[in-house]
Design a protein around this ligand. Structure first.
Ligand SMILES: Nc1ncnc2c1ncn2[C@@H]1O[C@H](COP(=O)(O)OP(=O)(O)OP(=O)(O)O)[C@@H](O)[C@H]1O
Ligand SMILES: [Mg+2]
Length: 344
């Protein structure tokens, strides 16, 4: 069924705070979904460009592409609210991956909405939001091509996706493609500190660092992890965060990597064996080893050699070789790399 979005009529600068007051029981990701461009963190250049478009009114068709949880859907909703204000309800059609978006829906509902007459201020257009467009079949995307052109004097399309390569070329050529990148650790940290203050969260510095570490630039993940830890424990510290996220503690991994740099395979093996006995999957362990290595303070050339070996093991794990022997093999190769570099 086609869904007409009716939420969020606030466009004033106090929108976020009034939104906060109304929604006590919402998950924080929704409670703190930015309502204006100023509240969206990161990707400043793109957002600045969009805010200029939104003032002038004549926005092109756009595709926002990027990793999950960085504000793509939020940006498009903000844009539509700014452009359409009170007409948002009648002039926006939002379809996401939870709607049926086969070729028939494109031929009927999308086309019908594009044909509909809605009275808007001059220079404004109806907006069709196709979220998660990369999950639409090629056939359905093909069916959009002509519709996008024929109704271009009354309707604009705003598309969001994780993988722009899954959007067919002809659609990409009809749109301005805006690419979002992951948020930086500092941007995620600043936002979660703000929210901790608003929600009176009891936190420690290492707790917030742990949230930032587990989120890896995904703001949605950061807020979810923060809220889960806050609800489950009295205090947000690193131990509690890693319990909630059920990830191997990076301090353990850091110790293990340090032992490898010192060529001490026995000590390193003890850590991996411990993690293995705790029941972590090889995939989780290897991902964490990579995350920790990336930010570890070590010689650049050794870091690169480590990452190369980690990549090879990740490939094997992805191929299905998820055994402790593979992980031990990685440690031994890391030790060899460290020894070779110390000889050079
Ligand atoms: N740049 C950001 N600034 C502030 N909050 C953000 C930002 N990005 C994400 N969030 C938070 O995360 C939630 C989810 O963001 P959003 O729905 O925009 O993600 P998305 O990029 O569309 O992800 P997906 O690819 O999974 O659809 C928002 O409600 C908001 O609380
Ligand atoms: Mg989205």
């Amino acid at each position: 069924m086609v869904k007409y979005v009716q939420t969020g009529k606030n466009t004033d600068s106090n929108a976020e705070s009034s939104n906060v007051k109304k929604n006590y029981n919402l998950p924080w990701i929704e409670k703190y979904r930015p309502q204006t461009f100023e509240d969206i963190v990161g990707n400043e250049d793109t957002i600045h460009r969009l805010s200029i478009f939104s003032k002038k009114g004549n926005v092109p068709n756009i595709i926002v592409a990027g990793p999950p949880g960085v504000g793509k859907t939020t940006t498009i909703l903000c844009l539509a609210k700014i452009l359409l204000g009170p007409s948002f309800k009648d002039a926006v059609l939002e379809l996401n991956a939870s709607n049926d978006r086969g070729i028939d829906i494109v031929r009927n509902k999308v086309k019908m909405f594009a044909q509909q007459k809605v009275t808007l201020p001059p220079g404004r257009h109806k907006i069709i939001i196709l979220d998660e467009v990369d999950s639409m079949t090629d056939g359905a995307q093909q069916a959009l091509r002509r519709t996008m052109e024929i109704y271009s004097n009354t309707t604009r399309f705003a598309l969001a996706c994780n993988y722009s390569e899954k959007v067919i070329e002809p659609i990409q050529s009809r749109c301005a493609v805006l690419r979002y990148s992951k948020l930086s650790d500092a941007q995620v940290l600043a936002r979660i500190i703000q929210i901790c203050q608003k929600e009176n969260v009891n936190y420690t510095e290492d707790g917030l660092e742990a949230i930032v570490f587990t989120a890896q630039g995904d703001m949605r993940q950061a807020l979810n992890n923060l809220q889960s830890t806050h609800n489950g424990f009295e205090i947000v510290n690193s131990q509690n965060v890693f319990k909630v996220c059920d990830e191997p503690h990076p301090m353990l991994i850091k110790d293990m990597l340090k032992s490898c740099s010192n060529g001490d395979i026995r000590k390193a093996y003890k850590v991996i064996e411990h993690l293995w006995n705790l029941g972590y999957a090889a995939e989780d362990i290897i991902k964490n080893i990579f995350k920790v290595t990336k930010t570890m303070d070590m010689e650049e050339s050794l870091k690169l050699a480590f990452i190369k070996e980690i990549g090879i093991t990740h490939l094997r794990i992805a191929d299905g070789l998820c055994s402790l022997i593979q992980m031990s093999g990685l440690l031994s190769r890391l030790c060899i790399q460290a020894k070779m570099q110390s000889v050079d």
